[in-house]
Write a protein that binds this ligand. Structure first.
Ligand code: 6MZ
Length: 377
């Protein structure tokens, strides 16, 4: 397993060895991990050695590698996205995608500590955006990734196909069609994700494509309200597709939570600054809607969308007994691991949330229950 740094490392270092053994032996599902954000630094360095770029890219790649080696410091979440072009330059051929995917799967599922097999998680739903480059089509990219994922049993690994908020309508359609075709051919695609820079894209035009996902038997997860730039209309458009899981949901308003989630108390009859015409047909939440929230603690702290663990929205969901899953998001820039993220639950404040072992085990089980590979209702 790669070295971890930052808040996760501090939390882990504060635990006694019994607690670490407890966390290591806990069955865990990692459901929100981006392939190109989870590459071990050792693999990045190997890829950099084989890389023969144009001179403009050389400097960008070298600068980004330096940042990744020394610990990334972000001013805000938007800084995060500036790391991706250099990583993408290193993973732009099918051969590099094979190396990358294999290394990421191994880092989650085959890690050893002091010679003892101690996988970070028991089940991984890895996600990635099918990328077209001069060396490969989107279909080739997905095929190569799936070939690696399918080396593991279905009880251990599966793939979510991401569409990026920056994509054109046509590209979104192409990616979703590809995911559905792959699933129909028996390949291990289990869901669709919407990711990318929260400032970009009009989610109202994405919904026509997202609404086909569930009928195709795929799960749907969306990054929602990850930054203060995400508007109510943006969240409403995404919620109108009734995603099975929500990524981050950091700035989802109490009003929207009360309106959509069955277990969140209505704030009162004064609820609504939203006019009727703004609400999607299926808005009222007296149905059975309880989407699992994908919580990425280190990611939120390092992207500075959340000021401290004390202020983190996980507390709200824990208090309301709403399903959550604990995830790494991008283990490389955020210097974390599944063990690191679970340490943030168990460590005493201010390094962690100070949950009991029973509560941590309950949270881990919620994650397992939220996997797309389980038959959905
Ligand atoms: C939104 C994110 C993200 O798909 O190329 N990605 N999107 N919010 C985040 N929070 C920090 N972290 C990663 O993996 C990299 C891509 O995942 C998305 C971004 O679109 C990024 O380019 P893949 O494997």
């Amino acid at each position: 397993m790669s070295e971890i740094t930052g808040p996760a490392a501090a939390a882990l270092a504060s635990l006694c060895s019994d607690d670490v053994i407890f966390l290591q032996s806990l069955p865990k599902a990692e459901l929100h991990a981006h392939l190109n954000g989870s590459i071990p630094i050792k693999t990045i360095l190997e890829l950099a050695q084989q890389y023969s770029p144009s001179s403009a890219q050389t400097t960008e790649v070298a600068d980004t590698i330096e940042k990744l080696k020394s610990g990334v410091i972000l001013n805000d979440i938007f800084d995060f996205f500036s790391l991706m072009p250099a990583i993408y330059a290193l993973t732009s051929t099918p051969e590099a995608v094979v190396i990358t995917t294999r290394a990421v799967l191994q880092s989650f599922l085959n890690s050893t500590n002091d010679g003892v097999e101690s996988p970070q998680c028991t089940y991984l739903e890895l996600r990635t955006t099918p990328r077209k480059t001069t060396h490969m089509t989107r279909e080739k990219y997905l095929t190569v990734v799936l070939d690696e994922v399918e080396m593991y049993p279905a009880t251990q690994a599966a793939l979510i196909v991401s569409v990026d908020r920056r994509m054109s309508d046509l590209d979104v359609e192409e990616c979703i069609n590809l995911a559905i075709e792959m699933k129909n051919r028996g390949r291990r695609v289990v869901g669709i994700d919407v990711c990318g820079d929260p400032r970009s894209g009009d989610m109202r035009s994405f919904t026509q494509h997202l609404s086909r996902v569930k009928d195709a038997g795929l799960g749907l997860t969306v990054h929602i309200a990850e930054s203060t730039n995400n508007t109510t209309e943006d969240s409403l458009a995404l919620l109108s597709c009734r995603p099975d899981r929500l990524g981050h949901a950091t700035f989802l308003s109490d009003e929207l939570k009360a309106l959509f989630f069955e277990d969140i108390p209505q704030p009162g009859t004064e609820c609504s600054s939203l006019s009727e015409s703004e609400l999607p047909n299926n808005a009222p939440a007296n149905g059975q809607y309880k989407p699992c929230i994908e919580i990425c603690l280190s990611s939120n702290l390092l992207c500075k969308t959340v000021a401290s663990l004390d202020a983190h929205h996980i507390r709200y969901y824990l208090k309301n007994n709403h399903p959550i899953v604990i995830c790494t998001d991008d283990a490389l820039p955020f210097g974390t691991s599944c063990l690191g993220e679970y340490s943030l639950l168990l460590a005493q404040p201010p390094l962690g949330l100070g949950l009991s072992r029973d509560d941590v085990a309950r949270v881990a089980q919620m994650g397992i229950d939220a996997a797309f590979s389980r038959p959905r209702d």
